[in-house]
Design a protein around this ligand. Sequence first.
Ligand SMILES: Nc1nc2c(c(=O)[nH]1)N[C@H]1C(S)=C(S)[C@@H](COP(=O)(O)OP(=O)(O)OC[C@H]3O[C@@H](n4cnc5c(N)ncnc54)[C@H](O)[C@@H]3O)O[C@H]1N2
Ligand code: MOO
Ligand SMILES: [Mg+2]
Length: 397
Amino acid sequence: MLSADQLLDALLERAHGVTETETVSVTDALGRVLAAPQTSAITVPPLDNSAMDGYAVRAADVVVAGVRLPVSQRILAGTVGSPLQPGTAARIFTGAPVPPGANAVLMQEYCATEGESVVINKLPQPGENIRHAGEDIELGAQVLAAGTRLGAAEMGLAASVGLAELPVFRKLKVACFFTGDELVTPGAPLLPGQIYNSNRYTLTGLLNGLGCELIDLGIVPDTLEATEAALARAASLADVVITSGGVSVGEADYVKVAVEKLGRVEMWKVAMKPGKPLVYGRVNGADFIGLPGNPVSAFVTFCLFVRPFLLKRMGASDVLYRAFVVQADFAWTKPGVRREFLRAQLQANGKLALFPNQGSGVLTSCAWADGLIDLEVGQTVQAGDWVRFIPFSELLA
Ligand SMILES: Nc1nc2c(c(=O)[nH]1)N[C@H]1C(S)=C(S)[C@@H](COP(=O)(O)OP(=O)(O)OC[C@H]3O[C@@H](n4cnc5c(N)ncnc54)[C@H](O)[C@@H]3O)O[C@H]1N2
Ligand code: MOO
Ligand SMILES: [Mg+2]
């Protein structure tokens, strides 16, 4: 059986990024992966400008508090003033260019207007409240690297240097199907023995969050024929095929057999809980990932393995999650024989609480939790111990 680290390494080794690109407007770039580095054709900010509403002065003109200076001009954001005459002040507002000759801006809270003059009640420091040209971005600087996943801040950053469009990798096509004779689509009533196909909705959320193009092939019955047919169709439509269920050793578990018939299985089983029977293979040029049917197992293995794999396939460069060391507010006394990922919540006291039922079928634990505690084989925990914690902010989207 592979260790979780070996499985992740092996998956990333096999994840080849898409190469085809397209151009999107920056407003449509959320979640896309940048295909080429972007540099700035301007400095940001373009000119020295005021950080405050107040008065621009030469610091040397204000040698004692209480100096009175005539106000020689008024400079609003979007306009440009004229050089500041010695011994005068310029009324200025936040974002307005600082006039040549001025080297400080006093907040108006420290000034008093007297007719056409202003009394400066505080000694200015040279450079005070001035935002310098290029202090954010220098002319020609790289603002975004190829492989960056574009979020809200990156979209704003691109726009701040005047970019209207960005080159991005094409979306990754992911086909899914869900095996199980017991599965029913929500909206219909359950007959005895049936359950709702929750994995479809979990995976839809996860894949949409990653910005994949989802091809949902629905529920597939537990027969080899149906599984093969769905697999062949999925592999012909998508870059990556993801399924749930049917990867263990039960008599109705046909997924691995179908992959072996139509392609090849390269990895099966990972020494962790939940998620042991995960399958990776190749079918007709497509990657195949078979997630375990248990809803928590499917969710956790997607977060830990499928997400980094898909991100790399999408062309992203930063695909790994970070773990943090956090104090436990619980005891875990049963040493496991597999590495274990526990659903835990970060409490107001900064420590981690454990969901009481850590069963692989208890999806409530995932909705309740803020992340996963990563326990080594045989690791036990006493309250107050420090444990490895992977927040969902590192694993979702
Ligand atoms: N003898 C053994 N039995 C099992 C082993 C083992 O090593 N030896 N491994 C267990 C582990 S661990 C897991 S995880 C599961 C994985 O099972 P499968 O991937 O084969 O999945 P199924 O048998 O089809 O279903 C398991 C479970 O999940 C429910 N399920 C399936 N699909 C969905 C869905 N779309 N939405 C909601 N729930 C779903 C299904 O009803 C079952 O309860 O195998 C253990 N067995
Ligand atoms: O490893 Mo399974 O995923 O315990 O439920
Ligand atoms: Mg099974």
